[in-house]
Design a protein around this ligand. Structure first.
Ligand code: GLU
Length: 550
């Protein structure tokens, strides 16, 4: 008896052999240099910002070489799966403009499917069958208890963990013994008969990190679990070959698995793809760098950016800035260009991990928002509010034209475009006073040094003397005149030369009026706010403030 017979017994369900399969999945006919990349998430629903980052990189590599970018769902670990997990991933990427050429959509796109691993069982089994026929794989009958005992012994003896050497008991079973156990109905997994040697090195020619030397894999890793489903390792090699992947771009937590993968490609007689391992996105904390953590950092989840209302272009622009160090320079030279014109290179990615800086993201986002037309802003805010901010959504529905007016109010300062909204949730500081969402201003951010008496005095004389229906210029002239009488200086130089002689500057007087009607120190243009809320509400708010100061 030989391993062929054991394989025939185990894999009686396998209908096609490897040669037939490979004919069914012909090599892709693509131009020289075209990259075939993939995004291969597990359908856990949660999308880490690092996943979006890796997907973006893979997508760019394919797009700029006229290659193919596909989605493969790695659902071999059913325990981690959530209902609708696939859809959530596809939606998240779609939201950021990352589109797949192929994948498990409805209807499926592409000729290399199915693109969901749980539907590819027979393909994996055909390869593992052939490997077993060649003596490169064997059934292992060790129980959970057996494996726990092996682990314990290795721990006690401080030896490397794993199923290897004398620990790999089932490796020595003869085909007859294996057959008998199978016929007796014993549960088993299928393991690789590793030909790795402890002293030897596997070298990963990584396109981001350069050559990485790792110890060869000596472990007889599991290829098929007891339910016949492959492990990630086996499925990765077979799928990436059959689907024609040229570049495996993935997180660098997988580097330690590289020696296994290299061995598996060889065992299955498959050519090795190129590898690029992306360093994780890091966060600076107390002077040191650490990985952005799902548990500790809300900004680690892609959903955070949608909830906050960052425009998708800002996220992509920021990701490109941290992905390739020369992107910013390119952007300065090509302010108008579509980012797809930038030539992205894996070799220019950070080896140790790009630092995530939310302030920088905010800056980029402000620029992106400033460039959008009022119509675009209106549409995007409306869609965002419908999903994330019910109060704002009802304000918009109540009077769309008026709402557009409020966009103009924060977007412009005269003719100049302002840049101080980074995300739609920032707007929530402004809408209460623009739309009376709270019955009255809840608290006033007056400077600590400001005297209540001075504020009252200024507000009352302003109310008495000002005119509402004037243009911005005349309005400011009036403020200067009224505040001037109360000893607020209109000239910076004069004030600086002799500050004790004045109550403050005109800007301080404007600040008082601003806080009186909005509660806040920082707001869009004061004149525009007054015009937006109208004379009656303006005066009423000033009076309320004076009353509260009494
Ligand atoms: N399914 C793996 C994950 O969830 C993907 C690893 C790979 O890209 O090869 O991270």
């Amino acid at each position: 008896m030989d391993w062929k017979e054991v394989a025939a017994l185990i894999f009686s369900d396998v209908k096609e052999d490897v040669a037939e399969l490979e004919a069914r999945y012909p090599r892709r006919n693509l131009p020289e240099g075209a990259c075939v990349t993939r995004f291969a998430p597990s359908p856990t629903g949660y999308m880490h910002i690092g996943g979006l980052y890796a997907a973006l990189v893979s997508w760019r590599m394919a797009a700029q070489t006229d290659g193919v970018f596909y989605l493969r769902i790695e659902d071999t670990d059913a325990k981690r799966e959530i209902k609708d997990g696939i859809n959530q991933i596809v939606q998240a990427l779609h939201q950021y403009g990352i589109e797949f050429d192929e994948g498990p959509f409805d209807p499926e796109k592409g000729a290399y499917g199915p693109y969901i691993q749980s539907q590819r069982k027979e393909l994996y089994r055909a390869y593992v069958k052939r490997l077993m026929e060649e003596g490169g794989a064997y059934p292992c009958f060790c129980t959970e208890d057996d494996l726990a005992a092996i682990r314990k012994e290795q721990e006690d003896k401080k030896e490397d963990m794993g199923y290897y050497g004398s620990y790999a008991r089932c490796r020595e079973l003869s085909p007859e013994e294996a057959c008998e156990k199978i016929k007796n109905g014993e549960s088993f997994v299928v393991r690789l008969r590793s030909c790795g040697e402890k002293e030897k090195k596997a070298v990963c020619h990584d396109l981001i990190k350069g050559d990485i030397e790792l110890p060869e894999n000596i472990n007889d890793v599991v290829l098929l679990k007891s339910d016949g489903i492959p492990t990630y390792h086996a499925a990765h090699a077979i799928d990436d070959y059959l689907m024609g992947t040229t570049h495996v771009i993935r997180g660098d937590e997988w580097i330690s698995s590289y020696p296994i993968h290299e061995q598996l490609f060889a065992a299955f007689h498959l050519p090795l793809p190129k590898y690029a391992h992306i360093a994780p996105i890091m966060k600076s904390e107390n002077g040191s760098k650490r990985k952005l953590s799902k548990r500790k950092d809300p900004e680690a989840a892609v959903s955070y950016y949608s909830e906050q209302g960052y425009p998708k272009e800002a996220i992509i622009e920021y990701m490109l800035t941290i992905a390739n160090s020369d992107y910013e320079e390119w952007r300065r030279e090509h302010p108008e260009a579509d980012n797809s014109e930038f030539e992205f290179r894996l070799s220019r990615m950070s080896v140790s991990g790009a630092l995530f800086d939310i302030l920088k993201l905010n800056d980029i986002s402000k620029r992106v928002i400033a460039e959008k037309s009022e119509e675009q802003l209106f549409e995007e805010i409306r869609i965002w509010a419908d999903q994330y901010d019910a109060t704002l959504a009802s304000v918009i529905r109540a009077d769309e034209e008026k709402f557009k007016g409020s966009i103009r109010l924060w977007k412009y300062n005269g003719k100049k475009v302002r840049r101080d909204v980074a995300k739609w949730s920032d707007l929530s500081a402004m809408y209460p006073y623009l739309y009376d969402l709270e019955s009255e201003v809840a608290s006033y951010e007056f400077d600590e040094t400001t005297q209540a008496e001075d504020v009252k005095e200024l507000l009352l004389s302003y109310l008495e003397e000002y005119s509402f229906d004037v243009d911005a210029e005349k309005w400011f002239e009036d403020v200067k005149e009224i505040a001037g009488k109360k000893n607020y200086c209109a000239n910076k130089k004069e004030y600086k030369a002799n500050p004790e002689a004045y109550k403050g500057m005109i800007a301080d007087a404007c600040g008082m009026i601003r806080v009186a009607i909005t509660g806040k120190k920082n707001t869009p243009d004061l004149y525009s706010i007054m015009q937006f809320i109208g004379k009656e509400r303006f005066e009423q708010r000033v009076r309320t403030c004076v009353e509260k100061l009494n």
